[in-house]
Write a protein that binds this ligand. Structure first.
Ligand SMILES: Cc1cc2nc3c(=O)[nH]c(=O)nc-3n(C[C@H](O)[C@H](O)[C@H](O)COP(=O)(O)OP(=O)(O)OC[C@H]3O[C@@H](n4cnc5c(N)ncnc54)[C@H](O)[C@@H]3O)c2cc1C
Length: 369
């Protein structure tokens, strides 16, 4: 039976980024259930880096990831992964307090916001309805090239000697004599440390390894790619409703990606959009401004998986320190991936993570035990 120092379960953004950071000097295997890594949440994201997204306890992870995403080391990628866009948070008169609260919530952070009135909002987004009078501008928001980032992590992991095995779902794991005995439907391995980067399946993977689940719940989110008339310019910002009822951003060629910001709890699965959510998405968008939806070109859904306090779970399980959690990345697992991978790599090496502005103890699994 082949032995590895580390077996990483799941090769989405979490598994690939951790593999890239821990391989080299250690034997590593990423075991992925699907034929392609990135098939689930990682391949379905809306691809933005917005420091306020996820709240003040997620923001340090996003901010700490920014430099790497903007200008990675040349041997990792010759190009950065961010393209500036800006985020426009908008609301109606009844959302005035929400806008003010959003700014005060981040008062202790390095983030900068501008408070906008109706005229400012219209200058960022011509054709928006006049009732959208409360706004917050977050200039630092960028698009992320998710596919390029994920590919770069997988490439770097491979360069450092990590193996990737697809089409192999881990069905059972037992810790015996200080080693994990891991079974997939087709193969068996042993490993010193098991890293749970299984996204929506994180609790199931824990249960298969005899570790108590931590309470990671997948929530379905719907996205449509639509053509609008008139077209929303490609330079328009990411537009997020302050009441959490929609967001959209340009996707090139007069198209936008549009979501009703839905969050339906579900079982881990290959998520697909529900017709009712599609109808709600269209209805909400048509109330934002003077655009009609000319065509729904594409629609998809993905799972955003959260712990009970909506913060990621990063670290060794107290019941068995050879079981490592990298789960609960919710709706921010791309924009925080570099920081989460650095924290994970340090903890796996039994070092204290050092990332400016980040208190990694907030994300430790102990808080649920
Ligand atoms: C619609 C949508 C929009 C989003 N937008 C953004 C955004 O703009 N910015 C942002 O930062 N984040 C965004 N996210 C969140 C982000 O996509 C996720 O947080 C991130 O992709 C999670 O990565 P992951 O590797 O943990 O999960 P996944 O990509 O789901 O990877 C987990 C992998 O584990 C594998 N696996 C599961 N069980 C097993 C098993 N038993 N054996 C082997 N393999 C297994 C799965 O096949 C899967 O490939 C969005 C998510 C969605 C759904």
């Amino acid at each position: 039976m082949t032995h590895f120092d580390l077996a990483i379960i799941g090769a989405g953004m979490a598994g690939a980024s951790i593999a890239s950071r821990v391989a080299g000097g250690r034997s590593v295997i990423m075991i992925e259930a699907e034929a392609q890594p990135g098939y689930h949440a990682t391949g379905r994201s809306v691809a933005f880096w917005t420091e306020s997204y996820g709240g003040p306890d997620v923001q340090p992870l996003t901010t700490a990831s920014g430099d790497f995403l903007a200008a990675p080391p040349p041997d990792f990628s010759p190009n950065g992964f961010l393209s500036p866009r800006g985020a426009l948070h908008i609301g109606k008169q009844c959302d005035r307090q929400v806008a003010d609260d959003m700014i005060s919530e981040f008062a202790a952070s390095p983030l900068h916001f501008d408070r906008l009135d109706q005229a400012d909002i219209a200058s960022h987004l011509p054709d928006v309805g006049e009732e959208w009078s409360e706004g917050v501008w977050e200039a630092g928001c960028s698009d992320i090239d998710v596919a390029a980032l994920h590919a770069a992590y997988l490439r770097d992991a491979a360069k450092n000697g990590a193996n990737l095995l697809c089409n192999n779902q881990v069905t059972n794991a037992r810790f015996k004599d200080g080693v994990w005995h891991i079974e997939t439907a087709r193969e068996s391995f042993t490993a010193g440390l098991m890293v749970n980067a299984a996204g929506a399946w994180a609790d199931q993977v824990a249960a298969a390894a005899g570790i108590a689940p931590i309470g990671i719940t997948p929530f379905r989110r719907t996205v449509l790619q639509v053509e609008t008339n008139p077209a929303i310019p490609v330079t328009a910002p990411l537009v997020i409703a302050l009441d959490g009822s929609f967001y959209f951003k340009p996707a090139g060629d007069g198209r936008i990606w549009l979501s009703p910001h839905d969050e339906t709890p579900t079982q881990p699965c290959d998520a697909a959009p529900e017709e009712m959510d599609v109808a709600v998405t269209i209805d909400r968008f048509q109330q934002v401004g003077g655009w009609n939806i000319a065509k729904v070109e594409h629609k998809w859904a993905g799972l955003r998986s959260f712990s009970k306090d909506r913060l990621p779970v990063i670290g060794r399980d107290p019941s068995n320190p050879q079981f490592f959690w990298a789960a609960g990345q919710g709706g921010f697992g791309i924009q925080t991936a570099p920081a989460i991978a650095e924290i994970s790599a340090a903890l796996i090496r039994d070092q204290t993570p050092v990332l400016a502005g980040v208190d990694s103890t907030k994300y430790a699994p102990e808080r649920f035990r």
